[in-house]
Design a protein around this ligand. Sequence first.
Ligand code: LP5
Ligand code: MN
Length: 240
Amino acid sequence: MSQTLFISDLHLDHKRPHIIAAFCRFLQDISDTDALYILGDLFEYWIGDDDPAIGLQPVIDALRKLSLAGTPIYFIHGNRDFLVGKSFAKATRCKLLAEETIIDLYGTPTLIMHGDTLCTDDIAYQKYRAKARNKWIQKFILLLSVKQRLKLAEKLRNKSISATQDKHPEIMDVNQHAVEQVMLTHNVEYLIHGHTHRPAIHDLIINGSARQRIVLGDWYDQGSVLRCTPKGINLETLQT
Ligand code: LP5
Ligand code: MN
């Protein structure tokens, strides 16, 4: 069967072992897949490849196994796992992609991304993001000990939890102008992203042409998977 799969926002964490198990089962079941794209926030947080990352070794093993069996796996960083690096890529045999990547999806030009950059109304987040994604700041953070980084991550998570409670939900969704701009810039028919945890397929008309924005959902209560074949696309929900 010719199919390409997209997932994001699994937020894998040793505190949710059943989701880790469900994801490993999913990876075992998709050996007949042309490519698997992970569009960010695979992990609840990732503080660097040198962290032993409790409970996550089965995920690394299962990704590696799928890749060795012939399915290419691609990874775009999310706002929780932007510190995933070359050692992780080597261990899992995933290919790390640029934050905006264009692919040819069975003939349809498609832009894939995590989706956080589309939330341009969330000014506090975008300011924080500029710092967190700065290469020099990241180099400095990676010089800290694992223990120090864990503390920093916990502080950031707490700040984020209280900040998001005070933000209007609209602010944390994509900005329509940002969507149109990025789709026009890359001249694509499909935009596939996650981050907002609002799974949907949005039909759009931009500059007179029909396009679609496909939003993946998270894996908190069930799994969200976009299955694409030469015949079309289907946004599915997996029971976990
Ligand atoms: O993740 P989610 O969906 O709950 O919220 C996001 C935005 N929050 C974040 C922060 C992450 O949750 C933190 C994860 C830690 C990763 C580990 C990294 C290891 C340490 C390295 C440190 C750089 O991404 C949230 C958005 C929301 O999505 C919706 O889009 O609103 O944004 C915020 O809440 C940000 C606040 O508005 C501002 C926070 C100010 C923090 C100031 C600290 C500055 C220090 C910078 C150092 C790099
Ligand atoms: Mn995200």
